[in-house]
Design a protein around this ligand. Structure first.
Ligand code: PLP
Length: 392
């Protein structure tokens, strides 16, 4: 597609250009203010320009930016230990001293999943390399994570994709069980399918997957790139589903806008990697890790899981009562608003005109993923803007 833009045409033309953000507010290049209900696709969970993150970045930039992973640094290991501790919150029998798992840092969610896929292959060994994921899932845009993504329409232009991926119907345990032959190394699932339309898994499904994986010696890998770090009302959404996964990937909220991802694995799984098996130039470098350290400290101080739970209940209840809303689904502050006879893209465009940022996650549903620090007044404003957009 020919355009005048200096950027490749992988996105449609941008409807607005943002130049500044503060908390749940954005301003465009015309000086217009917006209420941000999307957080850069569930990334700026502490809101825009959070002072703790800005200060941490400035201080780290003056101290040490980068030395590569050939040498030790102090910030990344600190963040890894915090993530390992948070992984145990609400999990009975979790060792107190945070030595349960180990972390590999990446620069994005897709790369965190690449690490998980390589780890599954290393654990499984030759001939046991298949990763089973669900239709409707989203795991990234690299060739391997694209194939893990259960959306065949997105595969077509890029065939042949790397071998070793299989898809099953979302939340159908029998079908999953039938798909597991001796070539399967891992099952990879989101606790709530984000890009696929905000479709929450049931606890029974996740617990069933855990049981089957245990019976067959298959890894259960959970993609928390969108759901992790407080967004769904717990540190990680799987903690509400009664399972301990073998591998958990995350990214988005970890840097509050600074690119950083992580793949956590149980120690006995992580130990399958040896020096040289996997690597990254930037992953876990001090600048990104300093942002993550500030993010996690602020999230703990603010108890963001509890705030997301409360705010999510308030927002969902108010939206459910609106004319034009058929139902609201999701967990915490990751919500899908199913519309009654409205075109979601048109409603999202109308909301942008009215000064609110959302996206159409399916042709009939809006996705809301606001800052986890959103105030009650901002929630009330969001509801009134959505009401107005639906009345138009
Ligand atoms: N996994 C999930 C569940 C996601 O929602 C996304 C992005 O939306 C990714 C992976 C890919 O992350 P990234 O775009 O940072 O590569």
């Amino acid at each position: 597609m020919r355009t005048d833009s200096p950027l490749m045409p992988t996105y449609p033309p941008a409807p607005v250009t943002f130049v500044r953000g503060e908390g749940a507010r954005l301003w465009d290049d015309q000086g217009r203010e917006y209420l941000d209900l999307l957080s850069g696709l569930a990334v700026t969970s502490l809101g825009h320009s959070h002072p703790a993150v800005a200060d941490a970045l400035a201080e780290q930039a003056r101290t040490l930016l980068h030395v590569s992973n050939l040498f030790g640094t102090t910030v990344g290991p600190e963040v890894a230990a915090t993530l390992d501790r948070l992984m145990g919150v609400g999990q009975p029998g979790w060792p107190a001293e945070g030595t349960r798992g180990q972390v590999f840092f990446s620069n994005s969610g897709a790369e965190a999943n690449e690490c998980a896929i390589k780890l599954a292959r290393k654990v499984g060994g030759r001939g046991r390399h298949v990763v089973v994921s669900a239709y409707g899932s989203f795991h990234g845009r690299t060739l391997a994570t694209l194939h893990a993504t259960g959306q065949p329409a997105k595969h077509e232009a890029f065939q042949p994709l790397p071998e070793g991926f299989r898809h099953v119907t979302w939340c159908d345990l029998d079908e999953l069980e039938r798909a597991l032959d001796p070539s399967v190394a891992a099952v990879l699932l989101e606790p709530v399918q984000g890009e696929g339309g905000v479709n929450p898994a049931t606890a029974a499904y996740f617990q069933g997957v855990r049981r089957i994986c245990d019976e067959r010696g298959i890894l259960f890998m959970v993609d928390e790139v969108q759901t992790g770090l407080g967004r769904c009302g717990s540190w990680f959404a799987h903690q509400q589903l009664g399972v301990v996964p073998d591998v958990v990937t995350m990214a988005k909220a970890l840097g509050n806008g600074v690119p950083i991802g992580a793949c956590w694995a149980k120690r006995e799984v992580a130990e399958a990697f040896e020096p040289g098996d996997h690597a990254t130039t930037y992953g876990g470098q001090p600048l990104a890790a300093a942002a993550a350290r500030a993010v996690l400290a602020t999230m703990e101080a603010e108890d963001v899981p509890a705030r997301a739970r409360r705010a999510g209940e308030r927002l969902a209840a108010a939206l459910e009562a609106l004319p034009g809303v058929a139902s609201v689904r999701g967990l915490g502050l990751l919500l899908g608003v199913e519309l009654d006879g409205h075109d979601a893209k048109a409603v999202a465009a109308r909301l942008l005109e009215l000064g609110a940022v959302v996206n159409a996650v399916t042709p009939t549903a809006l996705r809301l993923a606001p800052s986890l620090l959103i105030t009650d007044d901002e929630i009330d404003l969001a509801v009134s803007l959505i009401e107005k957009a639906l009345a138009a």
